[in-house]
Ligand binder design. Sequence first.
Ligand code: ZN
Length: 311
Amino acid sequence: MGVAETRIYPINTGWLEADLGTYIFWKGPAGKKYWNPVYCHYVDTGEHKILIDTGLCDEERATLYHHRCEKRGCLEVHDHLEQKLGVSCDEIDAIIFTHLHWDHVQNMKRFKNARYIAPKAEIEMAYNPLPLYYRTYECGILGIEPAYAGCVFEAVEDECEIFPGITMFHTPGHSVGHMAVTVATTAGDIVIAGDAIFVERNLDPNPAEQWRYWVPARFVNSFEGWKSVEEIDKRADYVLPCHDEAANARSHVFPYAGMPLRRRRQSIPGFKFYFGDMPANMANKIAPAMSAKEAEVFISNLVDPKDMAEY
Ligand SMILES: [Zn+2]
């Protein structure tokens, strides 16, 4: 048991329509629609069976209250676990929530033996949302019963190793208390990023604006949001964002042989980081800086969000 046996299984719970310029990329192509998947993740450490988020509800409920939704054959989390992975709901020991937005918490009550673990600031926000976010947290004032009604959460306030090798760390910005989860594996540290980034492309530059990261547009706090993207860049050998098909669909299980590992905190000439350096205990993980020539090729090969497929 432990790191040697730890496996992560991405679960796609359905697709939502969002806008590339107001959700996925800051200063992206506004008005261009983009169908994005809603993943949650099942982690089996050999000792514990854990869910990280629980994803979407059914198509009708999602479309009625939120965004246009299409299941496209995807199952809700409990059905996927039982039918595709042979895991019963009662076997799940804990659900770790990156944040409590509606598309990350559905069906949580199905898991009767699970501890519900969530960032403290998210729990406070969920039970008393700023009015701008009533809908995002399915506030009862709108006549919606939220998925977590009546549930008792364990609140996490500081960075914390929840189970051996599974660590929650602060990544606010997208929401007030958002925390991402590092899962230590034989291939390196896989960060389950929640919505701190939406797609892998968020970790690469916006050349027209000279930004080191093309961060998402859906934020409560852009300063914290940028800092959180830097934090993920420092910690992750591979990133599983909740809304990126490419990152999640490379394999049905992670890690796997030949998994493309990323380069942590890589300097690119002409593009600046904003926050502090690598922590001392991770200094040996920093990637060598790109040369000016390498950077030129790298930047010219980046996908422009306006050319992204709409699925
Ligand atoms: Zn969210």
